[in-house]
Ligand binder design. Structure first.
Ligand SMILES: [Zn+2]
Length: 136
């Protein structure tokens, strides 16, 4: 994958750093609330269900299904993305509950089916592995 794509990425915050470090170990980590046991994505300081601050990271299985997708035809993120077109962004409903925005890995132009089973696939881009999804 084109390493220039990382040029516009925002560096991890203290809250999101464990998630990105997990990706580099090929682990998909989710935050869990220790008060109400809610699992959620993306990284936050408070549980979005109950507001508690007692949070822990746990490895997810990386399995889910396609909730929705969109095929991108225009390089909205800049010229570095021109070589990626067309690409597909997906919303994946993870087995643990959270819905995750990601990218669908498939031959160029191929899109998923709604409800299709999906598996996380870690792709190296620059110094970071990114959690994309493909058919399982
Ligand atoms: Zn909670």
């Amino acid at each position: 994958m084109n390493n220039d794509l990382l040029a516009e990425f925002v560096p991890p915050t203290l809250d999101s750093r464990p998630f990105w470090e997990g990706c580099n170990r090929q682990e998909l980590l989710l935050q869990h609330c220790q008060a109400c046991h809610h699992a959620f994505y993306y990284a936050r300081r408070l549980c979005p269900a109950c507001g508690d601050t007692r949070l822990a990271w746990r490895a997810a299985g990386g399995q889910g299904c396609v909730y929705s997708y969109s095929q991108v035809q225009v390089p909205f993120q800049g010229p570095a993305w021109q070589s990626q077109l067309p690409y597909c962004v997906v919303l994946i409903d993870l087995e643990e509950g959270p819905r995750m925005l990601s990218r669908w890995l498939a031959p160029r132009g191929e899109v998923p089916r709604i409800g299709q089973r999906a598996q996380v696939v870690f792709e190296q881009v620059g110094q970071q592995k990114l959690p994309f999804f493909g058919a399982s």
